[in-house]
Design a protein around this ligand. Structure first.
Ligand SMILES: N[C@@H](CCC(=O)N[C@@H](CS)C(=O)NCC(=O)O)C(=O)O
Length: 263
């Protein structure tokens, strides 16, 4: 049980959607925590001591270190049970975890690739002119899937849950980077409005915006355009939208970054 006054430490970078998911969870649960913002490349060694994969988020609670946003949210759910962010029935919890998995993989991929094409490497839109249209079509399909999944509910699994928290940082990132929710999906648009009315989400979004502004003048950013973090689904979808030849050259040139092995 995480008991005050000992605060939990969260190794974070406010631009990471996975960090944002954990931070919204901590705010929802009213947990006391210290954020250790890893926003400079020079802090990598410090992060690697905590998480051998070199990724944020990582949570430290006394002697306990938990890495990976899903495991961290599970840990918080067990150590700070109220308010719960999991449905009370098995079917609801299964649906919640299924949606979280979609958010962590597919929604993440779409957001990651839009960030790549819109912000990090806009030059790829000229060298690979079909990439953005193919990605935009995938985003449109995903919005339709989410709108449909929401149906007439206020939240993805009936009551506000980790499913909503997991999706929001990725979906709002897509919207902010120029992929608005189409008017044909009013249920998804209304869900975003409901999310934005929550104090936890407002607090987290303000920190993400401040981090984005600060990153513009950071001379040693943790996330760099020449050191892009690739993994499973991200590689798959880079191939699917026709960036495979470019990615292969990035790997050959040693510019593509893959997390280190877990052990
Ligand atoms: N599966 C992990 C993913 C975490 C992750 O990918 N973190 C990224 C930031 S979004 C990271 O720390 N990348 C390290 C880097 O780019 O050097 C989770 O759910 O927490």
């Amino acid at each position: 049980m995480i008991a005050p006054p000992m605060a939990v430490g969260l190794f974070a970078n406010s631009l990471s959607p996975f960090v944002r998911k954990v931070r919204i969870t901590l705010y929802e649960k009213g947990a006391d925590f210290d954020a250790i913002e890893i926003d400079r490349g020079a802090q990598r060694a410090e992060l690697l001591r905590i998480n051998p994969r070199g990724e944020v988020p990582a949570l430290v609670d006394g002697d306990v270190v938990v890495t990976g946003s899903g495991a961290i949210c599970d840990y918080l759910e067990e150590t700070i049970p109220a308010p719960t962010l999991l449905p009370s029935d098995a079917a609801g919890r299964a649906r919640c975890r299924t949606i979280e998995r979609v958010a962590d993989t597919h929604t993440d991929v779409l957001q990651f690739l839009l960030f790549l094409l819109a912000v990090r490497r806009p030059d790829l839109r000229d060298t690979h002119p079909t990439a953005l249209p193919l990605l935009s079509a995938a985003i449109a399909r995903h919005y339709a899937f989410l709108d449909d999944g929401l149906g007439g509910r206020e939240w993805f699994v009936g009551t506000f849950s980790r499913a909503d928290v997991s999706l929001f940082p990725h979906v709002s990132g897509l919207v902010q980077m120029g992929a608005p929710i189409p008017e044909s999906h009013p249920r998804l648009g209304a869900w975003i409005g409901r999310m934005l009315s929550r104090p936890s989400v407002q607090r987290d979004a303000a920190q993400a915006l401040a981090a984005f502004e600060a990153s513009r003048t950071n001379d040693d950013p943790f996330f760099r355009a020449d050191r892009i973090h690739w993994r499973g689904e991200r590689v798959e979808w880079a191939m699917r939208i026709g960036l495979g030849d470019w990615l292969l050259r990035e790997v050959e040139a040693g510019r593509a970054y893959f997390s280190s092995e877990p052990g």
